[in-house]
Design a protein around this ligand. Structure first.
Ligand code: COA
Length: 254
């Protein structure tokens, strides 16, 4: 278990919390593995009725750890990021998410596979894949237009345009803003309400609401192959080097 992911029981909820605030909760391989192990445990335990994702610190997550990305990722189901995407996109119990701050990249795209999504007023949603010389992942090229409309999704996926919490609610990406002092507790209250309902009725409702699984898995595969290839490009290497050198990337040589 990674120290950067807290795995806690709250009655019939399993709560997984990003806990790497000094790095804005950037997600490492070990953190994906900790999430997947937790979710596998939740899937196998009938006393767990829902999984909750929360984050400590001022960010929800700054997305994938760029050091891990720069080291390269094979496109295989065993690669932690792809295992995570498979796990969340096929999970049969409800996933409840509380987005407390900035949600970059997979921090936003994971929402497309979640069920009850709440934001604090400070939440901001961005998918800056092209700014990283990358392409969309998590079937976001298919699901983000469905969630927020094609025009907004295109601006987000091509320009990296950000959505505020209010815009995310208006667009339909987020259920509502919970404007309260104890945001985690407010999200847990919603999750407890969900967990108190008849479990098989909730599971069937989730299944009925689900987007076409084959289409989603096919798109995820197509994006994943391209994404893993793009991580090897000199353009992406320039982005990663520039980020850690704290300067803007220079694409003039390409
Ligand atoms: N991977 C690795 N480290 C990251 C990171 C990431 N995705 N995001 C932030 N960090 C680290 C920074 O390197 C910094 O570390 P340091 O204190 O050792 O220098 C620390 O987290 C704080 O980040 P910083 O950039 O100083 O905070 P900020 O408030 O000025 O900006 C972000 C926050 C999230 C806007 C900015 O860090 C960022 O753009 N991160 C990259 C986001 C990204 O491209 N993710 C990949 C998506 S696919």
């Amino acid at each position: 278990m990674s120290d950067y992911v807290l795995n806690e029981r709250d009655g019939s909820l399993l709560v997984l919390t990003f806990n790497r605030p000094d790095k804005k909760n950037a997600i490492t391989h070990d953190m994906y593995t900790a999430f997947c192990d937790g979710m596998d445990e939740a899937a196998a335990d009938s006393s767990v009725r829902a999984v909750v994702f929360l984050a400590n610190g001022d960010a929800f997550t700054s997305g994938n750890d760029l050091k891990d990305f720069a080291a390269g990722i094979q496109h295989s189901e065993e690669a932690p990021v792809f295992r995570f995407l498979k796990t969340i996109s096929t999970f049969e119990k409800p996933i409840v998410v509380g987005v407390n701050g900035l949600a970059v990249g997979i921090g936003t795209t994971l929402l497309l596979h979640s069920d009850l999504i709440y934001a604090s007023p400070e939440a901001v949603f961005t998918t800056p894949f092209t700014s990283l010389a990358l392409v969309p992942e998590a079937a976001s090229s298919l699901l983000l237009p469905r969630a927020v409309g094609t025009a907004k999704a295109t601006e987000m996926l091509m320009l990296g345009a950000a959505l505020s919490a209010e815009e995310a609610v208006q667009a339909g990406l987020v259920a509502r803003i919970l404007s309260v002092a104890n945001f985690h507790e407010a999200v847990l209250e919603k999750a407890r309400e969900l967990a108190s309902k008849a479990p098989s009725a909730i599971r069937e409702t989730k299944r009925l609401l689900a987007k076409n699984r084959t289409e989603v898995q096919d798109r995820m595969m197509e994006e994943g192959l391209l994404f893993a290839e793009r991580l090897k490009t000199p353009e992406f290497m320039e982005v990663a080097t520039a980020f850690f050198e704290k300067r803007p990337p220079d694409f003039s040589k390409f």
